[in-house]
Design a protein around this ligand. Structure first.
Ligand code: DCP
Ligand code: MG
Length: 580
């Protein structure tokens, strides 16, 4: 994505707004320098000589001009708001679509908080700037040039004063902008930090409460909040300086003008009306300069935000199927092969999987055991390409997963992740994530296999029971069973359960496995379990240790020869016996 077409699409689409806004603003500005002229004329030729008809005529003209200015001003502002809002909405949508394409690794790189800031606050900065720009980009220069010309027309000697003020004010603005720019970038970064903190705290509110860590979180929050505040003050104080500096400039220049003009009027070289008009033009010149400076300052801020949005848009999703050679290939068997696979979460970290080679036959039942942190979740994440291997290859049905269409691959591989999530909505809606077209009978069948049917039926509203975000109004075991049912509705060729029955009692756990075997015999099943009992009947049990496969075989084989397996098995058996 190039920098240019990030905005050009929207601008082209809403060209009417982008042209009308400055057009009407320029029309409005033209009124600004007609008015003082009419006013001066009225004072000098009407008021000074008592010509009522002249006063009425000019008064009417001034009224009509003011009315036209009002209409043009409103129209200009309307188109500016409309254009900039459309622009922001479209860039936001584009950024959102891009984030959807991101791999886990991409998201980790930016952090969730930073992505939220970029898609909200940063785009709002662009929107504000676009609006200011649309309203002022022609209006201010037109006003500036117009007012300077008019003042020269009125009195060239007085106008010379202005030529002294403009460069001084310009220099001051340039200095302000240079100081403000890096401070804005810093401020946005601190906002990322704040959003990260908010994100983590709110998502994990339950854990925080159960460990009574509220005070701790509050302190962490105050710290990031304080830093953001300091950075904001440091950046925004530049904006604040702008106003008093230009007010001072207006006042000093007015004083100089009145002082020079006063002497001219006394010797009869100038009329009072001219002075009034001149001061009005002077105010206009400084207002226009002030507005231009504001455009520049906002532009500096928007430029910092623009860079941050570009970073997102220009990041190549590191996991795509754009160059996949066999996109049309359907997965029909469900065989899996790992060929010398190594994997690391980021280049800076040590590999978590080292030289894994493994074959899983279509339709087989594979158990995966190993101590915590041994790489089980990492291993199975490579099958639906949640991450890409660092070396070697993962093959499904004999084809490298990187050559398959991502959609087709993920449709055929259902994973119930260790950290599973349900969404707000009814149970049925959640289940239909697996298959939008599933009819009630299909939902019931999947729930029967996952042993979820019985508890759903006990809810007064059954499948229409509303879930809270994350499914927090269900028990852990109920949530796990719904997640299994949701995965089954995809009719996957490969089903991966990552510790998905840890919160389910042993009898139900065994029931689910039996149902899976009986109802879906052709489906490849990979079950990661802490309890050996959950995988004891598997065709193949893989024992992982520190990122390597220590051994693989049936329960009988492993109990004979694999020490790690024996250790886990006997310790669990002793525990069970002790519990009885
Ligand atoms: N790891 C990492 N970055 C991640 C996830 C994991 O660096 N985003 C590291 C932590 C572990 C190693 O990778 O040292 C293996 O983690 P796994 O999640 O694959 O381990 P398991 O699934 O085997 O552990 P558990 O049984 O606790 O689920
Ligand atoms: Mg795990």
């Amino acid at each position: 994505m190039t920098k240019q077409n990030k905005y050009t699409d929207s601008i082209r689409k809403h060209l009417r707004c982008f042209l009308c806004a400055p057009f009407f603003m320029v029309l409005e500005a033209s009124g600004e320098f007609i008015l003082p002229y009419l006013n001066a004329d009225m004072i000098d030729r009407g008021v000074a000589v008592g010509n009522t008809a002249y006063i009425v005529r000019n008064g009417l003209l001034m009224f009509v001009t003011a009315l036209a200015m009002l209409i043009f001003g409103v129209l200009g502002a309307y188109f500016a708001v409309k254009g900039s809002s459309h622009l922001a909405a479209e860039v936001r949508a584009k950024t959102f679509r891009q984030i959807q394409k991101f791999s886990f690794a991409n998201i980790d790189e930016f952090s969730t908080g930073s992505l939220i800031t970029r898609i909200t606050n940063d785009i709002t900065q662009i929107q504000n700037f676009a609006q200011t720009l649309l309203r002022g980009c022609f209006r201010s220069p037109v006003m500036l040039v117009g007012a300077v010309c008019m003042s020269f027309l009125l009195n060239p000697r007085l106008a010379a004063v202005i030529c002294v003020v403009i460069p001084i004010l310009g220099l001051a603005t340039a200095l302000l902008i240079r100081t403000a720019s890096p401070r804005y970038t810093q401020m946005q970064k601190k906002l990322d930090g704040l959003n990260n903190q908010i994100n983590e705290t709110i998502t994990n509110e339950r854990v925080i409460k159960s460990f009574v860590r509220e005070e701790n979180e509050k302190e962490k929050f105050s710290a990031v909040n304080q830093v953001l505040m300091e950075k904001s003050i440091s950046a925004l104080k530049m904006m604040i300086l702008m106003q008093p500096v230009s007010t001072l400039a207006i006042n000093v220049t007015t004083l100089a003008v009145v002082w020079i003009a006063g002497r001219q009027i006394m010797i009869g070289g100038m009329e009072i009306g001219t002075l009034t008009a001149f001061i009005t033009y002077l105010t206009q010149i400084l207002t226009a300069l002030n507005f231009l400076a504001n455009i520049f300052l906002q532009g500096t801020r928007a430029a910092a935000s623009n860079r941050r949005i570009s970073e997102v848009l220009e990041t190549c999703p590191d996991l795509t199927d754009e160059s996949a050679a066999q996109k049309d290939r359907q997965i029909t068997g469900g065989g899996i092969e790992f060929q010398n696979v190594s994997f690391t979460y980021s280049k800076k970290k040590d590999p978590v999987l080292k030289d894994i080679s493994l074959k899983i036959a279509p339709g087989s039942f594979v158990g995966l055991v190993g101590s915590t942190g041994s790489g089980k979740t990492s291993l199975i994440s490579l099958i639906p390409r949640l991450y890409d291997v660092s070396a070697g290859a993962v093959l499904v049905d004999g084809t490298d997963v990187r050559e398959l269409s991502l959609t087709k691959l993920r449709e055929s591989v259902a994973v119930v992740l260790q950290k599973n999530t349900l969404f707000s909505g009814s149970i049925a809606e959640n289940l239909r994530w697996g298959n939008a077209q599933a009819d009630p009978e299909e939902l019931r069948r999947a729930c029967r296999i996952a042993h979820a049917e019985e508890f759903i039926r006990r809810f007064p509203e059954g499948y229409d029971t509303d879930l809270e975000q994350g499914g927090t109004n269900l028990s852990g075991g109920q949530r796990q069973r719904l997640c299994i049912a949701r995965a089954l509705l995809k009719h996957p060729k490969i089903l991966i359960l990552d510790d998905s029955t840890s919160a389910v009692d042993m009898a139900t756990d065994a029931g689910i496995r039996r149902a899976l075997e009986k109802e879906l015999p052709g489906m490849t099943k990979i079950i990661i379990a802490q309890r050996i009992g959950s995988v004891i009947e598997a065709d193949q049990i893989i024992v992982m240790n520190e990122g390597r496969i220590e051994d693989a075989g049936t329960h009988e084989e492993l109990i004979r020869r694999c020490s790690t397996y024996q250790e886990i098995y006997y310790s669990q058996r002793d525990e069970e016996n002790a519990a009885v």
